[in-house]
Write a protein that binds this ligand. Sequence first.
Ligand SMILES: Nc1ncnc2c1ncn2[C@@H]1O[C@H](COP(=O)(O)OP(=O)(O)OP(=O)(O)O)[C@@H](O)[C@H]1O
Ligand code: SF4
Ligand SMILES: [Mg+2]
Length: 331
Amino acid sequence: MSAAAPLLEVDGLSTVLGSTGARILDRISFSLRRGEVLGVVGESGSGKSMLGLTIMGLLPPVIRRCEGRIVLDGEDLAGLSPKAWRAKRGRDLAMIFQEPMTALNPVMKVGAQVEEVLVRRRSMSRAAAREEVVRLFRRVEIPSPERRVAAYPHEMSGGMRQRVVIAMALAAQPKLLVADEPTTALDVTIQAQILDLLRDLQRDQGLSMLLITHDLGVIAETADRVIVLYAGRVAEIAPVRTLFDAPAHPYTRALLSSIPKTTGPRHRLVSIEGAVPGVGALPKGCRFAPRCPFHQPACDAAAPPLRVVGEGHVVSCILPCSTDRPVGALA
Ligand SMILES: Nc1ncnc2c1ncn2[C@@H]1O[C@H](COP(=O)(O)OP(=O)(O)OP(=O)(O)O)[C@@H](O)[C@H]1O
Ligand code: SF4
Ligand SMILES: [Mg+2]
């Protein structure tokens, strides 16, 4: 596999809810480069978690993947058996969630939990694993790591617990880390520290990360490129600066409209009139149409295809854009 090839390529990925046939994710395509932080942003219900869970092979039973490829380092995960996908999760794929306790065993010391990963996934001896846990705790900036390995999760703060979960994710040396709202449950100061840590890990260790968040401040500080999801479809993909300086999709513009610049205090998504349509009420054409101030009859005919409108910049909207080019490779 060439080093220049993307680490992850998602191509035409769709998921459906039970027998309804409603597409929760609809023909999602993007790529993630090695060592890149690719942000995924959108309002609640836009399909961010669904995307992360689909890549991890962790869909709830009522939802199934119906088409598309998920190619990680040259291998199509969508073709794997559940057992082989599980093995990938232990080794090549790791996920961290908003609430660290979902990943931690409350009655087991935190050091022992990370040690288990090292012994099982990297075949380390107990003695080597114990040393490695301390090194990992130091790497994720847990103070007094030699002492903290013996703590139980309830003896730690939320921020420290999330550091343990990040250490546990790193222990397996995954190719891809999927982080779903990793700082949302933490207070603002701790959020900033965890984001700094993730950014450092990305820089120092070339960690590749799909960073899911509803927080544009997190995106501005952490992501290299961004996917904007709306109601299960890609609205726009752009390098982070382009997204903030020249958003092309009316939905992205609405999201950004209350944010004057990319630096400064963190902002929550502005509220846009209306809500993301539920899976039972998805419009046939552009899914943003019921809320879009630029809506016109042509928007209702079919899903607008993704168009290239700039360097690494694609948008799904029929409105013309001054930098339009013919459709080419996706970002
Ligand atoms: N288990 C489920 N059964 C049925 N529908 C579901 C299920 N999980 C998610 N959905 C639907 O899938 C869509 C996408 O949900 P998802 O959880 O991915 O959104 P999200 O962008 O992660 O939102 P949030 O910011 O609130 O976490 C929503 O319409 C949601 O109602
Ligand atoms: S396709 Fe039409 S409704 Fe959809 S975002 Fe563009 S202008 Fe608005
Ligand atoms: Mg979610």
